[in-house]
Design a protein around this ligand. Structure first.
Ligand SMILES: C[S@@+](CC[C@H](N)C(=O)[O-])C[C@H]1O[C@@H](n2cnc3c(N)ncnc32)[C@H](O)[C@@H]1O
Length: 206
């Protein structure tokens, strides 16, 4: 929790309470339905919450911006981002019902009214979004194919509408196969080397 305050010193009292409440909520839900690996659960704030919030160091989301989290699993990156941007509207989509049950439980426990969990395969969505965020779902060419036509052109945040994806490792070749131009941001720039050494946020505008 101190890590979140260190890198996001302007949190409101409510946001601090919500971030603090995350740990027990995930601990309770994870005991019933395993969505966060038990071996790194004690690193929840570092590996999941702060990692998700790297997206906020690249792009801030404006009031009313519609953001889709593709393959949210237990709610990463959308749950931490929805706490940080209470005026933006998040849809957390996953095709596995039990994962969405956890996101529903955590969102209700936090009083997170700007996040809508949906059990759906994202390829079947028909509405449009201003941004897509995601982590660890599939290879980039396939990912872009799933959601490119769901993105609205325009600008509803500090960067033009587009995709923000959390990636690890060497990705130049994989990104080139998408046929899009990507901006790559090293996460250690924001949070130092610890754990994040090879991790990046990749962004392409619509
Ligand atoms: C490795 S998990 C990552 C979960 C979360 N993003 C995280 O980083 O903790 C990948 C998730 O993507 C979901 N997923 C894969 N393909 C999907 C699709 N076509 N539509 C919706 N969800 C999908 C899976 O059910 C799984 O929960």
């Amino acid at each position: 929790m101190e890590l979140i305050i260190k890198y996001f010193p302007d949190l409101t009292g409510r946001q601090k309470e919500q971030f603090a409440a995350l740990y027990d909520l995930y601990a309770d839900w994870n005991a019933k339905i395993n969505v966060v690996s038990r071996k790194d659960f004690d690193q929840l704030y570092l590996r999941h919450v702060l990692h998700s919030l790297a997206i906020a160091k690249v792009c801030t989301f404006g009031d009313g911006a519609r953001i889709l989290d593709v393959g949210c699993g237990g709610g990463f990156p959308s749950v931490p981002l929805a706490i940080l941007f209470p005026e933006a509207c998040f849809t957390a989509a996953d095709s596995i019902r039990k994962k969405i049950t956890v996101v529903e439980g955590v969102a209700a426990g936090l009083g997170l009214t700007n996040l809508t969990p949906r059990c759906v395969r994202v390829e079947t969505l028909t509405e449009r979004f201003d941004y897509v965020v995601s982590r660890a779902v599939t290879a980039m060419p396939e990912f872009v194919g799933w959601i490119w036509n769901r993105l609205e052109k325009g600008q509803k945040g500090s960067l033009p509408n587009g995709i923000l994806y959390l990636k690890g490792g060497d990705l130049a070749e994989e990104l080139a196969l998408t046929g899009k131009r990507w901006h790559v941001y090293d996460i250690p720039r924001f949070f130092g080397e610890e754990f994040f050494e090879t991790k990046k946020v990749v962004y392409t505008p619509r």
